[in-house]
Design a protein around this ligand. Structure first.
Ligand code: TXA
Ligand code: MG
Length: 335
């Protein structure tokens, strides 16, 4: 299949392709997604095939307007509050499905389904043009870091899908926060730009943080099905490190190893610039750059180990560390 490269001016065409059952990669504010008509099982199956995704890992449904929800799911008042506070935005909300209303192919057999309404005009225009909700997993090959540019998507999906809509680099750089509102106590299954504190401030009840970077044994059913698979991982070895250990790391570093770190850390280390990937100055910069750096070095044949600096676990730093720990298989630099 020849993959068309589209721009954010071709949103109507992208919508038509989706309507006709094709798979189209689309931008969002977090990472690029892989879209297909969520009400067309043949189209949805193509997404699993293109990603190489296990069939029991459910897909997010992506919508342009809140009204698209009601035919599929039961929406509690608490869930409505979250939507008015954070949509459009980087929050995916899991809701109980109305019996028989969502395909088992989408849900992986669960009684709940996740919805997201992205904060990106092009995404919403594409979905409106398609006229149906679209499934929207990240547009990477299963197990690889999520794509934050159209070029990343091209790398993984070229020849496998009908089109890619290029809307430039994504702003946030890690996937949305996933909160389960189908259970008695709201539970965060994946950390993202929207934090536990922000959710609690709106809901006025405590929210459980069930995010974990420990991979679960494959015979156990984890809360977020995605948790049982190795995620966000490049082929190369990734090791995380703490800024306090930079001088020891500098001693341990071999000439073909590379360091992804904040600018201050890089300047303290005084190593050649061609061995470094800047994570900028803020937590937001770092998060935006994480997957791009991992993907870049993964494709550089001469690169040995990729060392990545951990961030303070505040705000979006938690999401950064969560994705980094998965990429590193929890491996830390020890002196
Ligand atoms: O930012 C994002 O959320 C991106 C962009 C493209 O929208 N999408 C994304 O989708 O990250 P995906 O499929 O790569 O990640 C969704 C996660 C998976 O780990 C999946 O297992 C979990 O959400 N999930 C989906 N439906 C679920 C459900 N009903 N119950 C529990 N977990 C669910
Ligand atoms: Mg994903």
């Amino acid at each position: 299949m020849k993959t068309e490269l589209l721009t954010n001016k071709d949103v109507q065409h992208a919508g038509e392709l989706l309507k006709s059952g094709e798979v189209v990669a689309f931008p969002t504010e977090t990472v690029y997604g892989l879209g297909a008509n969520a009400t067309d099982e043949t189209a949805v199956k193509k997404v699993f095939t293109a990603k190489g995704r296990p069939a029991d890992n459910p897909l997010i449904m992506t919508i342009a307007d809140e009204q698209q929800l009601d035919q599929f799911v039961v929406v509690s008042n608490a869930a409505r509050q979250l939507m008015s506070a954070f949509w459009p935005g980087s929050l995916t909300i899991i809701l109980p499905i109305k019996p028989g209303k969502v395909s088992m192919i989408v849900t992986g057999g669960l009684q709940s389904v996740a919805f997201r309404l992205p904060d990106n005009e092009a995404t919403r225009t594409i979905i409106r043009a398609a006229g149906v909700p679209i499934v929207g997993p990240s547009a990477n090959t299963s197990g690889k870091p999520s794509p934050t540019t159209a070029q990343h998507v091209w790398h993984d999906m070229q020849g496998k899908i009908a089109a890619i809509v290029d809307d430039g680099p994504t702003q946030i750089g890690v996937e949305s926060t996933v909160v389960d509102m189908s259970v008695a106590t709201p539970t965060i299954l994946r950390p993202g730009a929207i934090t536990q504190k922000q959710l609690e401030d709106v809901l006025k009840v405590s929210v459980i943080d069930a995010t974990s970077t420990e991979s679960v044994a494959s015979d156990v059913t984890p809360k977020a099905p995605g948790m049982k698979y190795r995620h966000y991982a490049p082929d190369k070895q990734v090791i995380m490190f703490d800024r306090l250990d930079v001088l020891n790391l500098k001693t341990a570093l071999r000439r073909n190893d590379v360091v992804m770190a904040q600018d201050v850390t890089i300047s303290i280390m005084q190593i050649p610039l061609d061995q470094t990937w800047s994570l900028g100055e803020t937590l937001e910069n770092a998060t935006e750059q994480l997957f791009a750096g991992l993907r870049f070095y993964d494709d550089e044949p001469h690169v040995g180990v990729i060392y990545v600096e951990k961030m303070p676990p505040i705000g979006i730093g938690k999401a950064f560390n969560n994705r980094l720990a998965k990429a590193a298989g929890n491996q830390e630099f020890n002196v």
